[in-house]
Ligand binder design. Structure first.
Ligand code: XIL
Length: 332
């Protein structure tokens, strides 16, 4: 009797595997693309299915939170690397690249950073943080988001505790390069996928940094979007091309697509699939677009869980968006 149950289970498993087709990472590898997901290391311990789907489908990981300043340096000079180390170990075991996220951001900073420091103090704080964090993982992190969301939605630089040091941005890139010369260094932002005032401001900023000889290797477009997003309408391909012409590598770094709006559930799932497909197509058609990353694995643990923005549902079943990515990766 037990034998029959096992054979049934095995059959179900084989059917499920056959239905979902080749894993995304295998298809992406054939295209010279890395396909990534944002990860919470605690879930690797709590949920075996989370870890299994992550390792099966993706060949790049990025820390959703545990490499942010507030997670790493909770009080000045005291670093907690436990969770980040766990992620590094998982990535090595499953032959996955790692993106470091993030060194300079105006959010998720520890409270002590708002201590009213002088420029000289801030310079020391910034240098020590980058030396310690980037240095610890030297040779093991492929890409660092050195700067995140420096430009606001009004296309002007955001307020941040770092700004007491006038050239903090340039310095952050130089410290990162010195701490790990092998890591590619990125500027990362949202709402700049298409042409418009915000992406113009980012373009001008990055062009200026390149002209100054600042070690900047690439630009990340987060792609936190919704069902109305249309790459054609915002001329995303044209936008990516101008950044490519600056000599930058292009990554899609945090994609998710909120499943909200009119229509039946089936219609919305199809629209969501369309948005994923079109953004991946834009990336595949841009020779410098090398990385396509989703901001999470399953809807259950998404930062926007209520709007089901990812390609696996809360039970790890692939959604139409998953199959859209799979098919697009197989198209010539
Ligand atoms: C988000 C995480 O997903 C959340 O868990 C956290 O509470 C807030 O930050 N842009 C970024 C990411 O660069 O770091 C943000 O991640 C999402 C927006």
């Amino acid at each position: 009797m037990p034998f029959r149950w096992w054979s049934l289970m095995l059959m179900c498993l084989l059917v499920a595997l056959a239905q979902s087709g080749p894993p995304l990472r295998a298809l992406a590898e054939k295209r010279g693309l890395q396909i990534g997901a944002a990860v919470e290391p605690s879930l690797l311990l709590q949920d075996p299915e989370y870890a299994a789907v992550l390792a099966r489908e993706f060949n790049l990981v990025v820390a959703e939170n545990v490499m942010k300043w507030g997670a790493l340096q909770t009080s000045r000079g005291q670093f907690n690397f436990g969770a980040a180390d766990l992620l590094m170990d998982f990535a090595r075991k499953h032959r996955m690249a790692v993106r470091g996220h993030t060194l300079v951001w105006h959010q998720q900073l520890p409270r002590w950073m708002y201590g009213g420091f002088s420029a000289a103090e801030m310079e020391t704080i910034l240098r020590e943080h980058i030396q310690t964090v980037v240095g610890r993982y030297r040779g093991r992190i492929a890409y660092w988001d050195v700067a995140n969301e420096v430009i606001g939605d009004d296309a002007r630089p955001r307020a941040t505790p770092f700004e007491v040091l006038p050239d903090y941005l340039e310095k952050a890139f130089r410290y990162a390069r010195a701490a790990d010369p092998g890591a590619k260094l990125f500027y990362n932002d949202y709402g700049a996928e298409g042409l418009g005032p915000k992406s113009d401001a980012i373009y001008a900023l990055l062009k200026g940094l390149k002209e100054k000889g600042v070690p900047l290797d690439g630009v990340g477009f987060q792609a936190h979007v919704d069902l109305n997003f249309s790459p054609a309408a915002v001329r995303m391909a044209e936008n990516l091309e101008r950044f490519a012409r600056l000599g930058l590598e292009i990554h899609i770094t945090e994609m998710d697509v909120r499943l909200v709006g009119p229509g039946s559930r089936a219609e919305r799932l199809e629209k969501q699939a369309r948005v994923y497909r079109e953004v991946l197509q834009v990336c595949l058609r841009q020779p410098r677009c090398k990385v396509f990353t989703l901001w999470g694995v399953s809807d259950a643990f998404s930062w926007r869980a209520a709007s089901e923005p990812l390609v696996f549902d809360a039970d790890y079943q692939p959604k139409p968006a998953y199959f859209a990515l799979q098919q697009t990766l197989q198209q010539p």
